[in-house]
Ligand binder design. Structure first.
Ligand SMILES: C[S@@+](CC[C@H](N)C(=O)[O-])C[C@H]1O[C@@H](n2cnc3c(N)ncnc32)[C@H](O)[C@@H]1O
Length: 250
């Protein structure tokens, strides 16, 4: 024997309540079907200087995010009861980055985006509830159903009970430029919503309070698609947010 095989490096720390059956990511994974053209598009910074993508700084540490926690939901009045959600461990400021949304970057449309079928592995992205468009023109999406980070647990605000009635969205998905990877790369991330122009007092300083659930809007299309799958009429959700991949055209 000339030398010993190098032992696999030990896995890094996992977030509290991370499900054992889902591989935890600290960088995205990439579908083997992505072509050089897809990768070029992913790694080309959009050129509109008047509307630059928010940037994930090089010094943002990968791994479990200390500002949020995955918590199992045990409130029968919560529409995701029995599942889990993301909760703030400290006050989060309006507009603040919560964390990147990591998953498998893949081709968004058929055949590899698999609609009405499945890829060679038998997996159908079109059935995923964790799939977001990253760039429709470049046909790139990110799916966190099979692998991801804590961001995959962010719930939609609809029907979530609050202290004074129903909760509203307090966060959103935004496409970002992640400067930590090579030349840089597009990605998705969860941000606290910016404060409204007329916000005063605490609402100007705190977007998501400590202990509060981080809630986004998946967009009307997500729920419309869900009802169609279940054979129900579209009940007419208010149409805000346009990121869940089931939103028209995907
Ligand atoms: C991206 S996952 C969110 C994390 C999920 N709760 C979990 O524990 O894996 C999306 C799924 O969460 C559930 N969900 C999220 N927000 C919801 C809401 N407002 N009402 C009902 N179900 C919701 C739905 O089952 C949806 O398909």
């Amino acid at each position: 024997m000339i030398g010993k095989a190098k032992a696999d490096s030990p896995p890094g720390p996992l977030p509290i309540n991370w499900p054992a059956h889902i591989p935890y990511l600290t960088t995205p994974s990439y579908s083997p079907h992505l072509t050089p053209a897809h990768l070029r598009a992913l790694r080309t910074r959009p050129g509109d200087p008047s509307d630059p993508l928010p940037e994930i700084a090089r010094d943002l540490k990968p791994g479990p995010c200390p500002s949020i926690r995955i918590i199992p939901i045990t409130d029968p009045g919560h529409p995701a009861n029995g599942q889990a959600g993301l909760f703030a461990t400290r006050d989060l400021a309006p507009g603040e980055l919560v964390l990147p949304y990591l998953g498998e970057i893949h081709i968004g449309t058929p055949p590899f985006g698999s609609s009405g079928g499945s890829d060679a592995s038998g997996y159908d992205y079109a059935q995923s509830d964790y799939d977001l468009w990253l760039d429709r023109d470049a046909d790139l999406a990110v799916d966190a159903a099979r692998t991801g980070n804590e961001a995959r647990f962010v719930n939609d605000y609809r029907g979530v009970p609050g202290r004074d009635g129903k909760k509203k969205a307090n966060a959103e998905f935004r496409v970002v430029w992640d400067a930590r990877r090579g030349v840089g790369e597009r990605g998705m991330a969860v941000f606290v919503l910016r404060a409204g122009k007329r916000a005063t007092g605490r609402a100007r300083a705190v977007g998501v309070g400590r202990g509060e659930e981080v809630l986004v809007s998946y967009g009307r299309g997500f729920w419309q698609g869900r009802r169609e799958e279940e054979g129900q009429e579209d009940g007419g959700w208010d149409g805000d947010g346009v990121v869940a991949k089931e939103e028209g055209g995907g």
